[in-house]
Design a protein around this ligand. Structure first.
Ligand code: 0X9
Ligand code: ZN
Length: 301
């Protein structure tokens, strides 16, 4: 078990996932890759029948190190689904319908560093040849629009895109996971914070995807249910129109290169009062409203 009302270290989250996998028949884990510093990048799967090859709802969390609420929310959702299966009819139906896959800490080195050295660290912990600055922004290391607007070629920048697309083991790991389930991923959601936004492609340009009307409908269903929970206000739409242009993101890769129409980035609470340092007392409310949004969204697609 894990105390979902607090933030947890990388080791604590990994221990929780291992314990779940060994005690709960719904849960399997796999080491999908390893980080620059050699930490495991773990994917947890919740499935009531792995052999059925169901459609998948897939989540990457904490690709940005300082966005602790994202791992905490993913852990809360894992805990809620595994606890509710068989007793909560809505959860039971969702697990019978989908396999649920989570990478709760997609950037383990950065996350560990944000606990031990710098709470506001964002990137991974790559040593950049020829620079004193460390780290690549993993959410600029994907191919769609690689190196373009909203990314930097300077290793000291918070949005440094890296030497080449997929130069980092952490981004390769996410790419491989999505590719391994090609054709089955019904939705892929990248969890970020903060800003309270539900974002679709495109991110690398202000152009809109062909399926944008369908994406808008699905986002609206999610945001309406999220807001109905506690009144938390969210904006939604394509990243390039709602937020800013960002090239080389996960969401554009899952959408454009892997064919996942329902590919989104969700920017969780808040809007800046606490920013990345959301107090522990707000973990559960954030997770509850987000889960309500995800349930309504997934029932709408
Ligand atoms: O800039 C980013 O990478 C994200 N914002 S954050 O404050 N969490 O760093 C936004 C990226 C949004 N784009 C998509 N992936 N769609
Ligand atoms: Zn982020």
């Amino acid at each position: 078990a894990i105390d979902v009302e607090n933030y947890h270290t990388y080791e604590e989250v990994m221990a929780y996932l291992a314990e779940l996998a060994s005690t709960n028949p719904l849960v399997t884990t796999m080491v999908a890759g390893s980080s620059i510093e050699g930490r495991d990048i773990v994917q947890a799967t919740i499935s009531s029948d792995l052999s059925a090859n169901k459609p998948i709802a897939w989540f990457d969390c904490n690709i940005h190190a300082r966005e602790w609420i994202t791992a905490a929310t993913c852990v809360w959702i894992i805990d809620t689904i595994t606890t509710g299966y068989g007793s909560d009819p809505e959860i039971t139906a969702l697990v019978d319908q989908y396999d649920w896959k989570f990478v709760p800490i997609a950037n383990p080195d950065g996350y560990a560093f944000s606990w031990t050295n710098d709470r506001l660290w964002r990137k991974n912990r790559a040593v950049n040849p020829g620079s004193v600055c460390v780290g690549v922004d993993l959410n600029r290391n994907f191919p769609v629009g690689f190196g373009g607007t909203g990314s930097s070629n300077g290793p000291c920048s918070e949005t440094f895109h890296g030497a080449a697309e997929f130069s980092e083991p952490e981004s390769i790991t996410l790419k491989n996971l999505i590719a391994a389930d090609a054709g089955r991923v019904k939705t892929a959601i990248s969890m970020h914070s903060y800003s309270q936004l539900w974002l679709s492609s495109y991110s690398y340009s202000s152009a809109l995807p062909a399926e944008y009307p369908e994406m808008l409908r699905a986002m609206r269903a999610g945001v309406d249910a999220l807001t109905a929970t506690y009144g938390t206000v969210y904006d939604y739409g394509s990243t390039g129109t709602v937020l800013y242009i960002a090239s080389g993101t996960t969401t554009d890769h899952y959408y454009k290169n892997e064919g996942v129409v329902h590919s989104y980035t969700i920017e969780l609470r808040d809007t800046g009062l606490y920013g990345f340092e959301l107090p522990p007392r707000l973990i559960v409310p954030t997770a509850i409203e987000t889960w309500n949004g995800i349930k309504a969204f997934i029932n709408a697609i």
